[in-house]
Design a protein around this ligand. Structure first.
Ligand code: HEC
Ligand code: HEC
Ligand code: HEC
Ligand code: HEC
Length: 457
């Protein structure tokens, strides 16, 4: 994660054990590369944060907490990151990025505002809209133009609110699509961190749907919530998040975002396949690059396969036929880089459509405890696939999410969770920084974690 910050979720999973309610399938968003923003006016955080609305000082026991504003504004934790997103653009680090790119002040640069502020176009900003609010409520929940005055009224339902433009963030595919707009990228204006922006100093963007949802959670999944909405968390949300992320990556790669320029956009590739040392010594081989998940393509950069690896592990257990298809297509996609650009774009399209099929299959699957453990074991057992820092980091986030899920469901007691947590912390330490990543050491830490997980059976 950015600047070496790695947050863990185990500490967040506390008493409030959520029973997953599986069912209702919501809309899966538009075309996969498009920003998910709609055409309703955004009335601004000030319209949500009134002291009798979502701006209370303490959580109420009523339908929603009503202190969501306070959580969103939290000055120090990741829960408040979105309220800080715009202010961050005025800080020296952003100024340095903007200066290197020659784009004027970052606070006014469209290249930054698509993600560090509410991406709504100027003509759809209401009177109380303030760009300084950063990623405000409506950046995720949708423009409140039509539902603002009625969404809490007697007779209003989640469905009627959604019909008026409230985004159904309780649906994991809808949620994933919205987060990915900024936490991976979209074809929308200013919503993409090119390799050029990273080379100017922007951190790599990493994301895991369930972990990141937990980190900014400002709602309770109590009995009342379960009546109104579907609870999306744990293994299922994680798996759908992986499928949606791969779909987005494949679609954007095949779009002008990926194909404009003399080279394909480097953002999509395993950073380490380019950023490593080399030597003229004929016996020199960079350490730990042999990877059975990728056909040997000596001399080519490799597509960043963090989501492919996770998704394949989930699919093998929960949707084996699609899993086999995914593995075959993934190998074909990696191999396609030795051919022409059109072939690689075609292979990306096939991978994306399998990812969408998997998201749909997961939405209807029920993921037993045994399957969750099996997926966790699969993620940890495939150490030889984690030659890439990004894949390794994704594996640690997956372990965190899946262990938290098993803890929330009562499958793991507090003592075992504490024991696993020690190993998990060591695994997090192994992926703290890209430059400190050593695949062999990382494999040792996941092997220890895997041994602990085997003990759960
Ligand atoms: C596609 C969306 C997107 C775009 C475009 C984007 N950013 Fe970011 N930026 C993010 C996300 C997401 C993070 C947090 C990364 C994480 O923690 O995983 C971030 C993090 C940062 C950070 C580091 C924050 C920290 O506390 O470590 C800086 C600085 C930053 N962005 C500046 C910029 C500037 C300047 C621009 C324009 C040149 C820009 N960003 C464009 C999404 C974006
Ligand atoms: C980064 C995206 C994001 C931002 C920004 C955001 N939310 Fe949320 N919010 C969510 C998600 C995800 C959920 C959980 C899914 C759901 O219930 O819709 C949620 C849930 C809620 C709920 C609980 C709804 C219920 O039915 O119990 C309320 C109320 C809420 N948010 C209000 C706000 C307010 C007010 C703000 C701004 C101060 C805000 N949110 C900012 C993503 C966001
Ligand atoms: C409009 C763009 C946008 C959307 C949509 C968005 N985010 Fe973010 N998010 C950001 C930016 C930019 C940052 C980094 C801000 C900072 O560091 O202060 C960030 C930071 C975060 C962080 C803190 C990460 C860290 O390393 O501290 C979490 C957690 C997070 N987002 C979760 C989510 C989730 C979950 C969703 C979807 C429900 C979501 N975000 C949707 C732009 C967005
Ligand atoms: C296809 C090869 C390739 C890939 C893949 C690649 N880079 Fe680069 N990167 C380069 C080149 C070439 C430069 C320019 C070096 C220079 O200016 O001297 C560069 C420069 C950079 C720089 C500026 C610092 C420096 O060393 O010059 C950063 C930071 C960076 N890349 C980060 C990343 C990250 C993060 C990723 C993975 C998401 C990535 N790169 C993937 C080739 C690549």
């Amino acid at each position: 994660m950015a600047g070496g910050r790695i947050w863990t979720m185990l500490s967040i999973v506390g008493a409030g054990l959520a029973l997953a309610v599986f069912g209702a399938v919501g809309p899966a968003g538009g075309a996969p590369t498009q920003s998910t923003q709609t055409s309703y006016r955004h009335e601004g955080v000030a319209s949500c944060g009134g002291s009798t609305c979502h701006g209370r000082q303490e959580a109420t026991g009523s339908v929603v907490r009503q202190n969501e504003l306070l959580t969103w504004q939290d000055p120090s934790s990741p829960a408040g990151a979105h309220s800080r997103a715009y202010a961050l653009l005025a800080e020296p680090r952003s100024q340095a990025i903007a200066a290197k790119l020659g784009i004027g002040p970052a606070t006014q640069a469209p290249m930054c505002l698509g993600c560090h502020a509410d991406p709504v176009p100027a003509k759809l900003r209401g009177a109380r809209f303030d760009i300084g609010d950063g990623v405000g409520c409506e950046s995720c929940h949708g423009g409140s133009q039509v539902w603002l005055s009625s969404h809490y009224a007697v007779g209003a339902t989640h469905e009627s609110n959604v019909a008026m433009g409230l985004v159904a963030l309780d649906d994991p595919r809808t949620r994933a699509a919205r987060c990915l707009d900024c936490h991976f990228g979209s074809a929308g204006a200013g919503q993409f961190v090119t390799h050029r922006i990273m080379a100017a100093g922007h951190p790599r963007v990493s994301f895991e749907l369930d972990l990141f949802t937990a980190l900014q959670r400002h709602h309770d999944e109590d009995a009342d919530y379960r009546k109104r909405k579907q609870v999306s968390r744990g293994v299922k949300t994680w798996a759908i998040g992986q499928a949606m992320a791969l779909d987005r990556a494949a679609a954007l790669y095949a779009s002008p975002r990926g194909q404009d320029g003399a080279f394909p956009e480097f953002y999509f590739f395993d950073c380490r396949t380019c950023h490593r040392t080399f030597s003229d010594d004929p016996d020199f081989r960079p350490a730990d690059v042999a990877n059975p998940g990728r056909p040997a393509l000596s001399g080519f950069p490799t597509f960043n396969d963090e989501n492919i690896i996770m998704l394949a592990a989930a699919a093998r257990i929960a949707a084996p036929q699609l899993g086999a298809q995914l593995t075959a297509q993934s190998r074909a996609f990696h191999a396609s880089f030795a051919g022409d650009r059109a072939g690689a774009v075609r292979a990306a399209g096939q991978l994306g459509s399998t990812a969408r099929a998997l998201a749909a299959a997961f939405e209807n699957a029920s993921f037993s405890r045994g399957q969750t453990i099996a997926i966790l074991e699969a993620v940890l057992a495939q150490g030889q696939l984690y030659t890439d820092y990004q894949g390794a980091q994704q594996a640690v986030m997956a372990a965190d999410t899946l262990i938290s899920d098993l803890q929330a469901s009562g499958t793991i007691g507090t003592a075992s969770a504490r024991a696993l947590r020690g190993d998990l912390d060591r695994a997090y330490a192994a992926v703290r920084t890209p430059e400190g990543f050593r695949p062999a050491e990382f494999r040792q830490s996941t092997a220890r974690l895997a041994a602990g997980v085997r003990g759960l059976r």
